[in-house]
Design a protein around this ligand. Structure first.
Ligand SMILES: [Zn+2]
Length: 240
């Protein structure tokens, strides 16, 4: 996936006229399960809504599809995994300060994740984790995202939501940029200005992704205008 340079595109234009959505609709009281492809997608895509859900006492679990080791191809994968885990823990502690959010790491290969890599005992273990939250809602990345790990996360979340009888909500991360078809379901916006600062603090935990922390010429680095966009823009959700 090539990284876009500007925060513009068909989804963002459509979102400008979208209706808002309240937390009670996104995550009714009870369990909430997130299925995210990489550490940082949960904060970029829905950090404010996640903080709101934590503040409202939702029982939250996070399934992490890959460890994100592919962000720095010039580094030892073990070093990157450890760093990104620590960043994720720090971000989640900011978003959910009252209660730790448990993370189930699936450990699929970054950049190559597929739904059908999970079957048999691996699928049963994942299903057991999901069912332990009795989720009323599952949040994941959107099938609009032009990234196989993000689409794999969506496919996994779709199947978990179906098994658990939970509502599925998707968050376009990369799919909001560029010209692409809109989802069949309407876009909805979540914004809680009182939580904006917590989202900015959680984003700041991801130093390996958003700063010059690691000298790797091949590394992924979020362009500054896009980071500013994610920090400031209302969060975009759609059903399914
Ligand atoms: Zn991602």
């Amino acid at each position: 996936m090539s990284v876009p340079l500007a925060a513009e595109g068909s989804v963002l234009r459509a979102a400008a006229g979208a209706a808002t959505v309240e937390l009670a609709e996104l995550s009714p009281p009870g369990g909430l399960l997130l299925v995210m492809p990489h550490p940082d997608d949960e904060t970029l895509g829905c950090g404010q809504a996640l903080a709101a859900a934590a503040d409202a006492g939702r029982d939250i679990g996070l399934v992490l599809v890959t460890d994100g080791e592919g962000s720095h191809p010039g580094c030892h994968p073990g070093d990157i995994v450890g760093l990104r885990q620590a960043e994720l823990e720090a971000a989640l502690a900011v978003l959910s300060p009252g209660r730790a959010i448990a993370v189930l790491r699936l450990g699929l290969r970054d950049g190559h994740a597929r739904r059908d890599a999970l079957s048999g005992e691996r699928w049963q273990a994942l299903l057991g984790f999901a069912q332990s939250y009795d989720p009323r809602a599952v949040w994941t990345t959107s099938p609009l995202d032009p990234h196989c790990d993000h689409r794999a996360a969506h496919a996994i979340a779709h199947d978990l939501a179906e098994h658990c009888g939970a509502a599925l909500w998707s968050v376009p991360v990369w799919g909001r940029f560029g010209e692409r078809a809109l989802p069949e379901s309407e876009l909805r916006l979540f914004e809680a200005s009182a939580l904006a600062e917590r989202k900015r603090c959680a984003l700041a935990a991801y130093r390996s992704q958003f700063t010059e922390l690691i000298a790797d010429p091949e590394a992924f680095r979020m362009p500054k205008p896009l980071l500013a966009h994610f920090a400031a823009h209302p969060e975009i959700f759609h059903r399914g």
